[in-house]
Write a protein that binds this ligand. Sequence first.
Ligand code: ADP
Ligand code: MG
Length: 259
Amino acid sequence: MAVLTVDNVSFSYVAGIPTLRNVSLAVHRGEFLTLVGPNGSGKSTLLKILDRIFLPDEGNIALDGTPLATFTRADIARKMAYVPQDREGVFPFTVEEIVLMGRAPHTAGMVFEGEGDREVARKMMGLTDIGHLASHPVTNLSGGERQRAFIARALAQQPEVLLLDEPTAHLDIAHQVDIFRLLRSLSVDTGLTVVSVTHDLNLAAMYSDRIAMLQCGTIAAAGTPSEVLTVDRIRDVFRAEVVVDLHPAATAPRVTVLR
Ligand code: ADP
Ligand code: MG
């Protein structure tokens, strides 16, 4: 069953210049979907529309079969977490405080979070490998450590749907794989639905169930990694010459840039 349905959505920041055009997409429960596409193709905008930061000009979004427009902000936060791109830590909250903020939608009306909430926060800091930084101010972390703290906060929300915008952009190669493996195992083991933007076509191919490729605000292709990641489509959408073969250690396509 589709947990998120995007039906013919169009959106413009500036009248007459459409940023998204007639986007339709269904994301199934427990699915790991990645959004790929060139810079400016509308990936971040689509995630913001899914989290109802912006309302579409046309078309509809449904979450669990109910129009997103009818949810309260607190209802959305209990079902869906969003990790924006390049999250700057402005205030020197500690990592643990940031992660505990993820519990807020579940502690409505209570001033302090309980031991159960602290337990969830500890678990998510462990899963994202930031437990050792719990008492550090986020303003003192490296970009990658901060990114993992915000992923932990989103996980602490215990959402049904997790939206992530380039979650591995600042991560070293081991932590990139760790995050994708973690997202993959959460989707397989707990039924978490993951929608993540990434520029790494190979990580997308290895870990996601489906890839949707955006081009100038429209969906150029959506399907399994091997359906979407073809030489011709990558040339057409990214203007890049690549070779696509099989990953040597996985049943996934591998994209190598030629020139
Ligand atoms: P992507 O995440 O795929 O790189 P974005 O969704 O951020 O792309 O942007 C899509 C298009 O919308 C780009 O042309 C970008 O310049 C434009 N855009 C993004 N945010 C705004 C904004 N706040 N106001 C006006 N235009 C914007
Ligand atoms: Mg973006």
